[in-house]
Ligand binder design. Structure first.
Ligand SMILES: Cc1ncc(COP(=O)(O)O)c(C=O)c1O
Length: 409
C-alpha cells in the first residue's frame, strides 16, 4: 500500500502543530509505514485514506462510532437541527429531553449534567464528589482523560510531562481486582477520600473477579466516599447503560461520552440526586455545553441503538470475531489471547520474550493492514452496528494469513 499523501501531510502537520497529530493518532501508536496517517472519508464500517486505500475500520475513532461512519439518521437530524441555530445563550428544551431519556435508560440515577468531552465529564464528576463530601482526595484507576488531575502519576504508566506534582498530590491509586490494596489506601488516608473513580473493566487488562465490583462499592461507602464509574468507553456498547448494567453493580455517579452520539461531542455525568444536587454551588460551566446538535445526535443515536437491538447485534458479531480469532490461535498454537469483552476486544500476544512479542505484533498487524483491515495493534477494537457479517468474515480471513506468518517467526 502506498501512503505518500499521508506522509506528506504528516510532514506538514509536524511543522505547524506539535507532534503533527495528537498522541493517540500518531504513526508510532500503530505500525509506522503500514497504517494511514490521514483519512479522507468513511461510510458505514469502511474508511478511505488520503491515498485512496480502503479499510474495514475496527478502531472507530477509539469508540464513538457505534453506528458507523456517516449514519444518515443521526447526520440528517443534526443537519435539520443546525438550520435552526444551535449555539444559544439560554438552554434549549432538547436538554431536558435528552436527560429524561438517559434517566429512563439508567433508572438507578435521578439527575444528570450534560457536557462536551469525556475529560469534561470525569473532571466534573470528581468536582461534584468533592463538593458533596467536602473532602479532597481521589482514588482512581485507569484512564480518565488528559486533564492535570488524571494524566500521569496514579494509575497510569505515563510520564506526567507538564503536570505539576501538586496537581496530582491528592490523587491516589490501587491495584485492580485487589480489594486489600484499595482498603490500604483508604486506611492510610482516613476521612479524606472524596471518591473512587474507575472503569468497571479495561479490555487490555483482566475482567473483574467475582465480587470485586461489589466489594469495591462496599469499601467505598464504608469510608463515606462516592463511587464513580467511568463508562466513557463502555457506555452504549457493552450495554446501553454501560458495563455497570452488564456487571449489575450501580455506582453513585457515572460518566458517559464516546458512543453516546456516534461521534458528535457530548458527555454526561449521571447519578444520585443527593450527591449531584450540592454541585449547583460550584461552577461546572463551559461555552459549548448548551449546544443543541450533539444532544440531537445523542437522541438519534440512542433511538437507533434501541430500534435495531444494537447492543445484541454488536455482541453477536463481536462473539463471531473473537471466537474466530480464538480458534485460529488455538489451531496454530500461537501464544496469544483475545482479551476484554466481545464488543471491545483486543488481541494480545503473550510471548515471554518481549522482542518476540513486538515482532509478532508487527508481523500480524502489518499483514492485516495490507489486506485493508484496520485493527489497533496496542489498544482494543470497537464493534459497531455498521460491521457486517462479511466484515467479520473478511477480517478473519485476513487474520488467518497474519497468524500463519506469526507462527513462522
Ligand atoms: C475511559 C475513558 N475515560 C475518559 C476519557 C476521556 O475522554 P475524552 O478523550 O473525550 O476527553 C477516555 C478517552 O479515551 C476514556 O477512554
Amino acid at each position: 500500500m502506498n501512503f505518500s499523501n499521508s506522509e506528506k501531510l504528516f510532514e506538514e502537520a509536524k511543522r505547524i502543530s506539535p507532534g503533527g497529530v495528537t498522541s493517540e493518532r500518531q504513526p508510532s501508536k500503530f505500525i509506522p509505514g503500514k497504517y494511514p496517517i490521514f483519512l479522507d472519508h468513511g461510510k458505514g464500517s469502511h474508511v478511505w485514506d488520503v491515498d485512496g486505500n480502503e479499510f474495514i475500520d475496527w478502531i472507530c475513532s477509539y469508540g464513538p462510532l457505534v453506528l458507523g461512519h456517516n449514519n444518515e439518521n443521526v447526520d440528517n437530524a443534526v443537519v435539520e437541527n443546525i438550520k435552526n441555530g444551535f449555539c444559544f445563550t439560554m438552554f434549549h428544551p432538547i436538554h431536558n429531553t435528552l436527560i429524561n431519556k438517559l434517566l429512563e435508560i439508567m433508572p438507578w440515577a435521578q439527575m444528570a449534567k450534560i457536557l462536551t468531552s469525556g475529560s469534561d465529564a470525569t473532571a466534573a464528576a470528581i468536582r461534584i464528589a468533592r463538593v458533596y463530601t467536602q473532602k479532597d482526595k481521589v482514588i482512581r484507576w485507569g484512564y480518565h482523560g488528559w486533564h492535570d488531575w488524571s494524566y500521569g502519576g496514579a494509575g497510569t504508566d505515563r510520564t506526567a510531562y507538564g503536570v505539576p506534582k501538586s496537581a496530582v498530590s491528592d490523587v491516589l491509586t490501587f491495584d485492580y481486582n485487589d480489594l486489600d490494596s484499595l482498603e490500604k489506601v483508604f486506611n492510610k488516608n482516613k476521612g479524606s477520600i472524596a471518591c473512587v473513580i474507575m472503569q468497571p473493566f479495561e479490555s487490555s487488562k483482566e475482567l473483574p473477579k467475582e465480587g470485586f465490583l461489589e466489594g469495591l462499592k462496599k469499601i467505598t461507602h464504608e469510608n463515606d466516599a462516592v463511587l464513580i464509574f467511568d463508562e466513557i468507553r463502555s457506555g452504549f456498547r457493552v450495554a446501553l447503560g454501560g458495563a455497570l448494567q452488564y456487571f449489575n453493580v450501580t455506582p453513585d455517579m457515572a460518566c458517559f461520552s464516546k458512543a453516546m452520539a456516534n461521534g458528535y461531542p457530548v458527555s454526561v455525568v449521571i447519578g444520585k440526586k443527593d450527591i449531584m444536587l450540592p454541585s449547583q454551588k460550584t461552577r461546572i460551566s463551559a461555552t459549548f455545553f448548551p449546544n443543541t446538535f450533539p444532544m440531537v445526535a445523542a437522541l438519534a443515536t440512542i433511538k437507533e441503538l434501541q430500534d435495531r437491538n444494537g447492543i445484541e447485534y454488536m455482541w453477536e458479531q463481536g462473539r463471531r470475531l473473537v471466537e474466530g480469532f480464538e480458534s485460529m490461535i488455538n489451531d496454530f498454537g500461537i501464544e496469544a489471547e483475545m482479551a476484554g469483552l466481545p464488543v471491545i476486544p483486543m488481541l494480545k500476544f503473550l510471548y515471554d520474550d518481549p522482542d518476540k512479542n513486538d515482532k509478532a505484533r508487527n508481523v500480524f498487524f502489518s499483514d492485516v493492514a495490507e489486506k485493508g483491515i484496520l485493527l489497533h495493534p496496542t489498544h482494543h477494537w470497537f464493534l459497531s452496528l455498521a460491521h457486517t457479517k462479511k466484515d467479520v468474515d473478511d477480517t478473519l480471513n485476513a487474520a488467518e494469513s497474519g497468524l500463519r506468518k506469526v507462527k513462522k517467526i
